[in-house]
Design a protein around this ligand. Structure first.
Ligand code: AMP
Ligand code: MG
Length: 295
């Protein structure tokens, strides 16, 4: 039983609530490290959101089809990793999903089911091969207008990892940080419940209880951000290969050392389903996962 001090902090960023619990001896030190970690998440939200007109991602989306856009080395590295993850997930995870998200109306006032022709038209703008990264000049360019980057499936995990780095630098060795209950990192050992729709969802059924030790867990689910049309549920994870939201699987979870990887891989696993699980674990041996089929 833990007998020291616990400090709880939270912030709203990336369209969700991030919560952080820190445990240790000195509450002042815990609070100051925790606040610094949450500030890092807020900073990354301002940089990575495609909905904030002043973010670096919006800057790229607005200009990269016309001219190469220079970005800072940290964002450049994240984009390189995201493009690599697209190839390693057989393109199920793809950050050029932005134009399809817009077509289906996710993140806008109203969602709608587009026509097959509209989907085909917009699919032209999807595929990381449209992103040209020049490591010498640290620039990003698109090879055609209409391409749109959306870091929604990796940004939260990345922000969690960066915040954990802040905590580690402050020599915090026991903390639990989650973003919107869908991506969590445990510093030290914590038991978390994997619920119907998210991590540690007290209102749903707990499918699995997992012990995390200095590692992350991320969940991708159809629910949460979805809409119904003619009795069909359309979720916010789109299969880049068809342009249509995934609905064969309702939830995918991945756990392992990096929240960034867990976040991206859980999205890919939701798209590809349990058939991909063994390929995932052989490509990424430090990671494991599970999939729940719809139905
Ligand atoms: P997650 O909850 O981590 O699975 O992320 C879902 C979010 O990632 C969506 O709201 C979109 O912003 C974006 N997204 C949707 N489908 C994909 C995909 N196939 N690959 C990458 N990002 C996606
Ligand atoms: Mg994800």
């Amino acid at each position: 039983m833990f007998s020291g001090n616990a400090v709880k902090l939270s912030t709203i960023a990336m369209a969700c609530r991030f919560e952080l619990i820190l445990e240790g001896d000195d509450p002042v030190r815990l609070r100051s490290a925790g606040e610094e970690a949450l500030t890092e998440i807020e900073r990354l939200d301002a940089e990575l959101s495609r909905f904030k007109p002043s973010s670096n991602v919006s800057w790229i989306n607005a200009g990269a089809a016309k001219t190469p856009v220079k970005v800072d080395p940290q964002l450049f590295e994240l984009l390189q990793l995201a493009c690599g993850l697209s190839y390693w997930t057989d393109h199920a995870f793809d950050i050029t999903i932005g134009s399809l998200m817009r077509l289906w109306g996710f993140g806008q006032a109203e969602c709608r089911v587009p026509t097959v022709a509209e989907v085909e038209e917009v699919r032209k703008f999807v595929g990381v091969e449209h992103i040209l990264l020049d490591s010498e000049s640290c620039t990003v360019q698109f090879d055609l207008p209409g391409v749109e980057i959306d870091l929604g499936a990796i940004g939260k995990g990345y922000a969690v990892d960066q915040a954990v780095e802040v905590l580690r630098s402050a020599v915090i060795n026991r903390a639990l940080l989650h973003g919107g209950t869908s991506t969590v990192f445990a510093l030290g050992e914590w038991r978390v419940g994997l619920g119907d729709r998210s991590i540690a969802n007290a209102n749903g059924n707990v499918h699995k209880s997992i012990v995390l030790r200095d590692s992350a867990l991320s969940v991708s689910a159809v629910y949460g951000r979805s809409f119904e049309s003619h009795g069909h549920c359309y979720g916010h994870v789109i299969d880049p290969r068809t342009g249509v939201p995934v609905n064969r699987n309702s939830l995918a979870a991945v756990w392992g050392p990096s929240a960034t990887y867990c976040d991206a891989l859980s999205t890919a696993l939701l798209v590809l389903g349990s058939e991909w699980l063994s390929e995932m674990t052989s490509r990424f041996p430090s990671y494991n996962g599970m999939v729940i089929r719809t139905g």
